[in-house]
Design a protein. Structure first.
Lengths: 463, 378
């Protein structure tokens, strides 16, 4: 769900560690916390020119430095515009850098790791990040990159071990805070995740030369976590801030679309989703757009959007980068459930985190495979993740499998976390809870009565 | 912590004004590696206090400062405010603004404030060095090779490039990374009467200059700025000191960096294999890390280490000129016979001739005859 955490970490690392060759990097100044946001520079307007320059520099004087700098520019342009071609170009340039300097090329390893993770080749990406960690075990950006990839792969204990050890040496560090937020988000400490991201946001905003997109990403992330925590007002504010910093940010529009979708503000959903989809047509975004089109009575447009999602599933899903969103969309809409199960299994194979297990559980139960769904759902909530959809899915699956107590508890937890997490499922959770609660309460009352009668009998016998 | 390019100082220069010997020029460059064409859209960091610090009494504590602040960029420009030269409100690593002298516009080469010519804007990076080969020779100084618990790879070269055939050294072409790629920096340049830097009631004499970058001090939320970068002599901190100590040195005053002195001795005697006497001379000359210039020397050009060596590098003015081959001067002292030739220490017979020059000169960089003297980006 949040590969960008890893990518942004890499961007931080590359800005701070590797963008410039080492000699000048040793001259680098380090920033202290600064509460006031710095002015925003529209650096993204220069991206194409920078890419062109570094492409020329690589042609003229290829070495490990300029190839790595070119790779960084490709990856930054990918973050800004979502062109998967830039990912491949960045990967290739990073490999060139490592070919020029195969050993002790921390920045090359980090750049390649970032490109690979962005392409959902998590395990290969992790191996390169780990090579960087072997060279620089004390570098917080490298630690954060490894830990974040560990989280994506569901290796939570490894991530926790790394982050705890690294945090001991720093009062505050953007890279570590970013990785910790992702870990805490998935392991039941949403409040800590929000604090970490808010701290990192302030730090990122204090430096004018940080790329606008990177700064905006922290506002989006803060907005996403606020939404997960049911704080819609903060979520909307943060997402709008992101658009002020980096206009036409697909990720921010997508976040707004999800927020409005959950609140059933259909015209706003359609507007935000359409804007996002025009920039980067992700299946998740298109799903919000299609739902809004249906809710607003435009069935023709909704069907066309569904067709577009299907087309992306066929031709725009290289490396399975959209697997999770596709599987969820198909399951939610009761379409091609066998395909959805296969896609979800592929996602689990690529990265076995709580969200992958949740997706698998959901498509399985929608496909009528209750027991298998229950196993996956248990794994999905094993880390006590404070995510309403995970809790809703687990609760619904528990009910389907006959465990009413567990079902009601999970559904209640979902609504407590975010009463507007989904335009239909939130209401569905409320509807399901009422009879279950009555039923469970009835059973509990009966049990109490039995106990009381048993006690009375015992006292009578004693007398 | 994040890198902060706007506070990343790359070089400091002090030289006589080419057409007015009564004036002296101080320049500091920041924000390395601005790609060609990006200069006009790269700005000074409004959160940073840039300073020249000048000691004119020989105690290595600043007696005067010239400070610069930058406004938020707007419509492709910034307003730069200059403060001083004047007595600092406090010395050391914590600073506050002194009285404002005036303002001028970003990238205006005709600006003047209170009798000083001032410039703040993008310029082609005047520094020259065969960086890639240096890393092969001294991989220990490659940032990418550093970190706790790791081992530095062995050197993969024992010679700089560009030596003559038959020299026994590497004869492949040398390359200056900066000029080859036309990278730029942001330069702050001030030309002012030498008299402005003289001690109170005295004549212009020897001064020590260093530059610093400071940011709002989170521990002191008032008006105080904390130093996060300090720079004077070229390649001293970078060449001699281990990376792990750089941040500590950057946040210290010149009088409080014993780690650098120890690092000079350690590097010179181990990595360079020179005698303790040679190392001792280098330590004495290079610390405290300040750029020494003798303003009483008129009618001459700047010459890096000239004041310290009695003019052996070109003139007793010292300081640092834009075209001074500071790397060759440094390499000559570390690996060559400069120290013994000046009779500052006995010849230890341990020169490494293939390391005495990087064979990269100022060719490819362009300097101008008129203020601000550092060429505009091309």
């Amino acid at each position: 769900m949040n590969v960008r955490s890893v990518m942004v970490l890499a961007a931080i690392a590359l800005a701070g560690v590797a963008a410039w060759p080492s000699f000048v990097a040793t001259r680098e100044a380090q920033a202290s916390a600064q509460p006031a946001p710095a002015p925003v520079l529209a650096d993204y307007e220069q991206r194409d020119r920078l890419v062109t320059f570094y492409e020329g520099a690589v042609r003229r004087h290829p070495d490990q430095l300029v190839t790595r700098m070119l790779a960084s520019q490709y990856l930054q342009r990918f973050r800004e515009h979502g062109d998967a071609g830039d990912l491949l170009r960045g990967e290739h340039a990073a490999e060139q850098s490592l070919a020029f300097q195969p050993r002790f090329n921390v920045a090359g390893e980090m750049t390649l790791a970032s490109a690979l993770v962005s392409s959902h080749r998590f395990r290969t990406g992790l191996s390169h990040a780990q090579r960087a960690l072997e060279i620089e075990p004390g570098n917080p950006a490298v630690v954060a990159q490894v830990a974040s990839t560990d989280v994506e792969l569901g290796r939570y204990d490894d991530a926790n071990r790394l982050l705890r050890a690294a945090h001991a040496g720093y009062e505050t560090n953007v890279a570590l805070d970013t990785a910790s937020a992702r870990y805490d988000e998935q392991t039941g400490n949403l409040a800590a995740a929000r604090r970490s991201i808010d701290r990192a946001l302030v730090e990122m905003d204090s430096v004018m030369d940080n790329p606008a997109e990177s700064r905006a990403w922290y506002h989006v992330r803060a907005g996403e976590l606020a939404w997960t925590a049911g704080d819609g007002a903060t979520a909307e504010r943060r997402l709008r801030e992101a658009l002020d910093i980096f206009p036409n940010y697909a990720r921010a529009w997508n976040g707004l679309a999800r927020l409005y979708w959950g609140e059933r503000r259909w015209p706003e959903t359609l507007d935000a989703a359409s804007r996002a989809a025009k920039l980067v047509p992700l299946p998740e975004t298109l799903g919000y757009e299609a739902d809004a089109q249906r809710a607003l009575g435009d069935g023709t447009a909704a069907r066309a959007t569904d067709d577009l999602i299907d087309a992306i599933a066929r031709i725009g899903n290289s490396g399975g980068v959209n697997d999770r969103a596709l599987a969820l969309y198909l399951a939610d809409h009761g379409r091609r459930l066998d395909d959805a199960i296969a896609i979800a299994r592929r996602d689990v194979a690529a990265r076995d985190d709580v969200f992958a297990q949740d997706t698998l559980a959901w498509v399985l139960v929608r496909g009528g495979r209750c027991d298998e769904a229950r196993d996956a759902a248990r794994k999905a909530v094993a880390r006590n993740t404070q995510d309403a959809r995970l809790q809703y899915h687990a609760g619904t699956i528990a009910l389907a499998c006959g465990d009413h107590g567990e079902g009601a508890r999970r559904l209640r937890a979902a609504l407590d976390l975010n009463p507007q997490f989904h335009p239909l499922e939130a209401d569905d959770a409320r509807a399901k809870i009422a009879p279950v609660t009555r039923s469970v309460q009835g059973l509990e009352r009966a049990a109490v009565d039995r106990d009381r009668l048993a006690g009375d009998e015992a006292r009578a016998l004693a007398a | 912590m994040l890198a902060r390019p706007g506070a990343d100082l790359t070089d400091v220069y002090v030289f006589p004004a080419p057409h007015n010997d009564a004036n002296v020029v101080m320049a500091v460059d920041a924000h390395p590696l601005i790609a060609p064409g990006m200069g006009g859209s790269t700005y000074f960091d409004p959160g940073v206090m840039y300073q020249f610090r000048i000691d004119n009494t020989g105690d290595h504590v600043e007696d005067l400062v010239v400070q610069f602040s930058a406004s938020a960029p707007s419509n492709g420009s910034q307003t730069i405010t200059v403060y001083g030269p004047g007595k600092p409100n406090q010395t050391g690593t914590s600073s506050t603004w002194i009285a404002k002298t005036g303002t001028f516009s970003y990238n205006d080469k005709n600006a003047s404030v209170n009798g000083m010519k001032v410039f703040a804007g993008p310029r082609e990076d005047p520094f020259f060095f065969d960086l890639a080969q240096f890393f092969k020779i001294v991989p220990d100084r490659n940032f990418g090779n550093h970190g706790p618990g790791k081992s530095v790879p062995p050197a993969s070269a024992t010679s700089f490039r560009g030596f003559a055939q038959g020299s026994g050294c590497d004869t492949t072409a040398s390359q200056d990374f900066l000029s080859a790629n036309k990278f730029s920096v942001l330069s702050l340049v001030v030309e002012l009467p030498r008299a402005m830097l003289a001690p109170a009631g005295g004549a212009p004499g020897k001064i020590s200059v260093w530059a610093s970058a400071s940011v709002k001090d989170p521990a002191s939320p008032g008006a105080s700025y904390a130093q996060i970068e300090r720079l004077a002599r070229p390649a001293v901190k970078e060449a001699f000191e281990s990376f792990d100590n750089h941040d500590k040195t950057n946040r210290s005053a010149p009088t409080d960096d014993p780690a650098l002195a120890d690092a000079i001795v350690s590097f010179t005697t181990t990595a360079a294999g020179r005698s303790a006497a040679t190392a001792g001379v280098l330590k004495a000359v290079l610390t405290p890390d300040e750029l020494l210039a003798d303003l009483s020397q008129t009618g001459v050009k700047a010459a890096y280490l000239g004041t310290e060596t009695g003019g052996a590098t070109g003139s007793k003015f010292g300081g640092r000129g834009l075209a001074d081959d500071v790397i060759d001067i440094s390499l000559g002292a570390i690996f060559g016979n400069t120290v013994s030739a000046l009779k500052l220490a006995p010849d230890d017979g341990k020169e490494s001739k293939c390391l005495t020059s990087d064979n990269v000169g100022a060719t490819g960089h362009h300097f101008t005859d008129a203020f601000p003297y550092i060429g505009a980006p091309t």
